[in-house]
Design a binder for this molecule. Structure first.
Ligand SMILES: Cc1ncc(COP(=O)(O)O)c(C=O)c1O
Length: 459
């Protein structure tokens, strides 16, 4: 009798017996977790203790429990909140998604807890292939890593090696690239590099300004001025196509295309940081949503990937010894990252008519309704796909923090973004439901009204 052939590199989740066993473990864990809720005082103590151990309190009193669902996160005391920031963009498909949990459990039962570059397993292969399915015809290589910052460091080293002795990097004002010493300098936030030594090789150009009809010309001129002042010394320009920490700011594709074209002419590498945009703008990669494939040399991604990666053209292959490291990622992270990509493909999330693009309109309509009822509390709004932000009241740091805190107390978790005006940011799960959106916006409305009343600000 012919036996069914199995793909030896396919996910073990395809086996009904394995899936059933994974489901049984998840059920047992969920049941046990029910009886492990912290009492309010114990919860407050645990939050304080965490802050003490870190030497800095948590931003929110937030200790996650084990039984969230969709956009709802369960805290360790059993409280449930609507999570519109998802661990800063990590929970692409929301909390406690059964299929992703089963994927995680099966991956966790394998031999390797973490996978290194020396001894990769099938999850490493599957995730690499999944990324290359989406990176277009030019980016033919991928290197996995743990955090977005490590992917960016790998990209930077790869570019600097190829372009040596060029050592300057052009970046946009307002950008964010990560928390290493070098990336803190590339990041345009003085507060994030206080006291750090600077190498002085970062050159800034203005980001797109929708209120300036000459915005493209102004930024091109700034780039040209740098090129003229540092002939042969500029290695790369870094593009964060939607500035996540910088206030969910983006630009029309021709703005980026004009700059990328100038980089190509000047032999400057085009490096796109998609750590925050990954899986949030319509396609897996924002540079493809924006139709910029032909210009891009190196791309990094992370967050929703459950790990991170650098993708690059053949001509950018790093020399041996330049990019390595013990860990490429956790086996669970790789398996779940690959599964998320499969789900986005199969369940219709990607493409111009896909669910992520449709979500953009759904969120826009919620914001329009909110600004009709609170016209003075809801200032300028920006967003694409599953990443959105708006300016509350006057956009001062203090009032924005007050709104975020009031929203948290109402049951909605969001995060700040931008440095002036300050904004309230949402990184939504791409499968957020209408009910979750409606409940979240109702909480936001209450929070805005409360801050307005407390501070005597007209709404
Ligand atoms: C655009 C961008 N690049 C890089 C990073 C750094 O990623 P990680 O925090 O995983 O190191 C972030 C994180 O917020 C980011 O938003």
């Amino acid at each position: 009798m012919a036996r069914r052939t199995r793909n030896p590199l396919g996910t073990l989740l395809e086996s009904p017996a394995v899936r059933e066993a994974a489901g049984a473990l998840l059920d047992a864990v969920a049941q046990e977790a029910q009886s492990r809720r912290l009492a309010p005082e114990a919860y407050a103590r645990a939050v304080r203790e965490l802050g003490r151990m870190r030497g800095r309190p948590l931003l929110y009193p937030l200790l996650v429990g084990r039984s969230g669902r969709g956009a709802r996160v369960a805290l360790a005391d059993g409280t449930v909140k609507l999570d519109f920031i998802g661990g800063i963009g990590v929970f692409a498909l929301g909390h406690a998604d059964r299929d992703l949990l089963e994927t995680a459990v099966v991956a966790a039962a394998a031999d390797e807890v973490f996978q290194g570059h020396l001894a990769p397993g099938p999850e490493y292969l599957r995730l690499s292939k999944a990324l290359l399915r989406h990176s277009g015809k030019h980016l033919r290589h991928v290197w996995l890593s743990l955090s977005g910052a490590v992917a960016n460091e790998n990209a930077l080293k790869t570019i600097l090696q190829k372009k040596a002795p060029a050592d300057r990097i052009v970046v946009f004002e307002g950008g964010f690239a990560g928390r290493t010493t070098t990336l803190a300098e590339i990041t345009d936030r003085p507060g994030f590099r206080e006291g750090l030594p600077l190498r002085g090789n970062v050159l800034h150009v203005p980001f797109y300004d929708p209120d300036d009809p000459d915005s493209v010309r102004r930024t091109l001129d700034a780039l040209d001025a740098h090129l003229a002042r540092h002939p042969g010394r500029i290695a790369a320009m870094l593009f964060e196509l939607v500035q996540g920490e910088g206030g969910i700011r983006t630009a029309p594709p021709p703005f980026f295309a004009a700059l990328m074209q100038r980089c190509r002419e000047a032999k400057v590498a085009v490096w796109v940081d998609e750590v925050q945009t990954f899986a949030r703008t319509g396609e897996l990669f924002a540079f493809r949503t924006f139709g910029l494939d032909e210009w891009v040399d190196v791309v990094t991604c992370g967050k929703a990937l459950q790990g991170s990666a650098m993708l690059f053209r053949r001509s950018y292959k790093p020399g041996p010894g330049l990019v390595a490291g013990t860990y490429a990622g956790s086996t669970v992270g790789m398996a779940v990252g690959a599964r998320i990509i499969d789900r986005l493909e199969k369940d219709g999330y990607l493409g111009p008519e896909g669910r992520i693009s449709v979500l953009e309109g759904r969120v826009a309509r919620r914001f329009e309704a909110l600004s009709r009822s609170l016209p003075r509390a809801v200032g300028p709004r920006s967003g694409i796909g599953a990443m959105h932000a708006f300016v509350p009241f006057d956009g001062s740091a203090e009032v924005t923090q007050a709104v975020l805190r009031a929203a948290f107390d109402e049951g909605l978790i969001a995060l700040g973004s931008g440095t002036g005006p300050h904004k309230v940011r949402f990184l939504l799960p791409v499968n957020v439901t209408d009910e979750e959106l409606e409940t979240g916006f109702t909480m936001l409305e209450k929070a805005l009204r409360r801050v307005g009343e407390e501070r005597d600000l007209p709404c």
